[in-house]
Design a binder for this molecule. Structure first.
Ligand code: IVH
Length: 673
């Protein structure tokens, strides 16, 4: 190459620009957990700089990003020096690059072809974990490779990570990858979207954002996973593993989670075939991977080959090409969620990406459309965020012909016509009309869904049918449906109507946690439902709880407590609960009852008691371990009868059930030692 002086100045300028750009994206990715460009675009920048540095080695600076690892350490966390540097990996983008890597290894070792252990490259973030005498004592993020952030309390909340090893070896420091399952990511983002919170770009960022939390309770809620793949420090009586395969087996034997989907291969042909096959099937994995890591299996041979300041020479990351596709935005439509959030969705010309055909992609909110300048008629590049959720990466503006139409958020709810509002600090426009038909349908769908009341046979079409025929106006109406009316509905018929009613009837006994989730209080999902149901004896005491009581529930959080408290202040909601209660829907909490005088006994209360309300009477029974139900059945142990409680007494008499008065109850309570 002819290196003229003016070239050098230009090249230098280009290198400085690239380095600056890479540093900027490093900060977004590692420190803010919110990347701006795709991994593939980042890799392109990095490769461009690497190539320039290779051609002009004299121009390489000490602080070039190609010589550095990761990002800075967040000042909110204490710093931890790693027992050994947490190196990065060099990349291979083609089978040719992999072959060149194998040739380099062969040359360095003087052997023909060394066995390589090929592992999946999990798209998460590195974590270094130390066990002293078998006890987890420290966990740190990678940081700049030498020093990381102390996230021990957070790491301890990762269910798969044992707090104690099966064998208490004096010292073991391991490295692994923390990640989030695709299903967990999809659920987390949809809950965040529903609540108007900022979305995570992909499972990696969600995992990083969840681990680097100041509050370990939040990390615990995020359901993170981990696989371990390296040893950083080791002290044990038995000799250290000699190969990567033995190393993984050693970690596995200690009870540490390892990914056992690896292959030990020795020829370039086998490696190439493995890569191609992996590329085909990787989307079926429950977690995101961005490629494979090829590692020399022999650990002693690794020592001999060594590492650069940034990455080992004995390993390489094969990066799978990102699956992206071009298509047209045919329309942008607005959906209304059950909390009233207006969500724009792009209707796309159908196209195949990462194993499935995509015809729509959520655009999340108004800001996202504006930032990406997405117009109806645009040609866009799409991919699947975290391999699951279709997303519009960017507009190919060069393909515009002037016919594209900018999208304007509606000022009125497309379902009910009510004016929509965007609260300060929120990304979402909302329809605040509680009677909005779209909100109602979404709420009903949530109410009957698998993880809520689990009512089979009530899909959105049947719900819509019930709404259209005026048979239901709220969730409680489902419990008052009549068979004759149902059977006359078009497309339903007598058999389906009977099945439906049976499924509805069965759902009455669902645990309270499910009912709470089903009611769709803001910020309260499956987990919130469980926390609340475990904290109160029944729905009644939850409804009457104070904000302080709610805030004292471990794991509930301030925002959720406030939302719960507000929900129970709304008259409409209380009416709905009363209607559900009268229909016989279970309202008993899941609070573990203490053994008491009334454990195993079921009471029905009837009539009035001087100086004592029915609620107080109920609380007394519940706190002594008894149960209280509405109507008398063979399962009733006692009828607690006050003044004017006539009709229930007749029924109790008929069934031979003991009737006691207030004093009788006192006697029962006293009989317990
Ligand atoms: S080995 C010196 N193995 O990929 C050993 N890394 O792009 C270096 N990663 O920083 C790491 N899965 O966070 C290794 N099976 C695996 C991996 C893996 C994911 C990550 C790791 C590393 C990054 C490099």
């Amino acid at each position: 190459m002819n290196k003229k002086p003016e070239d050098t100045a230009l090249i230098k300028k280009k290198m400085v620009q690239l380095a600056e750009e890479i540093r900027f994206h490093n900060r977004a990715y590692y420190e803010q957990d919110a990347p701006i460009i795709s991994d593939a675009d980042y890799d392109k920048l990095f490769l461009e700089l690497l190539e320039l540095e290779a051609a002009w080695p004299k121009l390489v600076t000490e602080n070039s990003p190609t010589r550095k690892i990761g990002g800075a350490v967040d000042a909110h966390f204490t710093q931890v020096k790693h027992p050994a540097p947490l190196l990065s990996l060099d990349n291979a983008f083609s089978i040719g690059d992999v072959e060149a890597f194998c040739t380099r290894l062969n040359k360095a070792s003087g052997k023909n072809q060394l066995p390589l252990l090929i592992e999946q490259k999990i798209d998460g973030l590195s974590l270094a974990i130390t066990y002293e005498y078998g006890v987890l004592t420290l966990a740190a993020t990678r940081g700049d490779g030498q020093t990381g952030e102390n996230v021990t309390a957070n790491a301890r909340t990762i269910a798969a990570l044992p707090k104690h090893l099966k064998e208490p070896t004096p010292l073991l420091s391991v490295r692994g990858e923390v990640f989030m399952l695709k299903t967990v990511f999809a659920e987390l983002n949809s809950a965040r979207e529903e609540n108007g919170e900022a979305l995570f770009a992909n499972p990696r960022n969600a995992a990083a954002g969840s681990l680097r939390q100041l509050d370990a309770k939040i990390t615990a809620e995020r359901n993170l996973s981990i696989f371990l793949y390296d040893i950083l420090a080791y002290k044990d009586k038995q000799p250290a593993p000699a190969t990567q395969k033995e190393l993984l087996q050693y970690l596995d034997n200690l009870g540490l989670p390892v990914n056992n989907k690896y292959a030990l291969l020795s020829t370039t042909e086998d490696i190439a075939a493995y890569i191609l096959q992996y590329q085909e099937n990787r989307h079926q994995l429950p977690f995101d991977t961005d490629g494979l890591v090829l590692k020399l299996n022999d650990l002693a041979a690794r020592e001999a080959i060594g590492a650069t300041i940034r990455a080992p020479r004995w390993a390489i990351a094969y990066k799978c090409p990102p699956e992206e596709a071009e298509t047209i935005v045919e329309d942008i439509i607005i959906g209304v969620g059950r909390t009233g959030t207006l969500t724009p969705t792009a209707i796309l010309a159908p196209i195949k990406v990462a194993g499935s055909t995509i015809s729509r992609a959520t655009l999340h909110n108004e800001d996202m459309i504006r930032e990406k300048d997405i117009r109806i008629g645009d040609t866009v590049l799409i991919a699947k965020a975290g391999d699951v959720i279709p997303e519009v990466l960017r507009v190919l503006t060069e393909k515009r012909n002037g016919s594209e139409r900018p999208f304007v958020m509606p000022k009125y709810c497309p379902a009910c016509g009510n004016p929509v509002k965007r609260e300060q600090g929120e990304a979402a426009w909302r329809c605040n009309n509680p009677a909005c038909s779209a909100r109602l349908l979404e709420s009903l769908q949530h109410f009957v869904s698998k993880k809520a009341m689990d009512i089979d046979g009530l899909g959105s079409a049947v719900l819509q049918l019930l709404l259209d025929h005026g048979l239901i106006q709220d969730m409680a109406d489902l419990y008052y449906l009549e068979e004759e009316k149902l059977a006359t509905l078009p497309r339903l018929g007598a058999k389906s109507a009977a099945n439906l009613l049976e499924a509805i009837e069965r759902s009455k006994t669902q645990p309270l946690s499910r009912l709470i989730n089903a009611l769709g209080l803001r910020f309260v999902g499956e987990k919130g439902g469980q926390l609340l149901a475990l904290s109160f004896i029944d729905m009644e005491s939850l409804a009457q709880s104070s904000l302080e009581e709610l805030e004292a529930i471990e794991g509930l959080g301030e925002k959720t407590s406030q939302a719960v408290s507000n929900w129970f202040k709304e008259k409409e909601n209380l009416k709905l609960l009363e209607k559900l209660r009268l229909a016989g829907v279970n309202m008993l909490g899941e609070k573990p009852v203490q053994e008491g005088a009334l454990t195993g006994k079921t009471f029905v209360i009837s009539g009035v008691f001087p100086g004592i309300s029915r609620e107080q009477a109920k609380d007394i029974i519940l706190s002594a371990g008894g149960k209280v139900t509405e109507s008398i059945s063979k399962k009733t142990s006692y009828l607690l009868l006050g003044d004017n409680g006539g009709s229930k007494a007749t029924k109790a008499d008929k069934l031979g059930i003991a009737i006691i008065d207030w004093e009788g109850l006192q006697d029962l309570l006293k009989s317990f030692p």
